[in-house]
Write a protein that binds this ligand. Structure first.
Ligand code: ZN
Length: 170
């Protein structure tokens, strides 16, 4: 395909479309590859380390990730399923392209194993810890319609909502 950057608009919290539960990907075709390419362009442009299809209003179980410093290790994760997660959990600071400017602590499993498919539909397994494990859990939440700030206290969540709504009115 011609190498044209396509940037997709990213939904911003508290857009109700962020709560749509994504459907399984069943067709691994050129349209899916195009969606993947556009999501990588969008994620790299926004300087994110992960982007779920839900965030660009495309409700299929598709995630793109790159947690490398060098920004050259793209990972496509389709129809992901956690097959194992560590009992050990850790609280780390998270942010989200759909919740700009907000960073807060969320407790996650330290390590996970995820079964998924690649862009061609080939099954593979990821064993992740560190940033990749956090990123996978965060993005898989998006596919279920959950945004990380919803783990915070109702008080904090209320403040975040009103702050973001104010920004969007400007
Ligand atoms: Zn996010």
């Amino acid at each position: 395909r011609p190498n044209i950057m396509a940037l997709l608009p990213i939904l911003r919290y508290p857009d109700p479309k962020l709560h749509i539960v994504a459907a399984e990907v069943r067709t691994f075709d050129a349209a899916l590859q195009q969606q993947i390419d556009d999501m990588f362009d969008t994620m790299y442009d926004a300087k994110g380390i992960g982007l779920a299809a839900t965030q660009v209003d495309h409700h299929q179980r598709l995630i793109v990730i790159d947690v490398s410093e060098s920004r050259d290790q793209p990972l496509v994760v389709i129809n992901p399923r956690i097959t194992w997660s560590s009992a050990e959990r850790v609280k780390g600071e998270e942010g989200c392209l759909s919740v700009p400017g907000i960073y807060d602590g969320v407790e996650r499993a330290v390590a996970v194993k995820v079964a998924a498919q690649d862009a061609k539909g080939q099954p593979f397994e990821i064993e992740a810890d560190g940033l990749l494990a956090v990123c996978l859990q965060h993005e898989m939440d998006h596919l279920m319609g959950k945004v990380f700030v919803e783990y915070l206290s109702p008080f904090k969540l209320g403040r975040i909502k009103s702050k973001l709504l104010k920004q969007q009115r400007v």
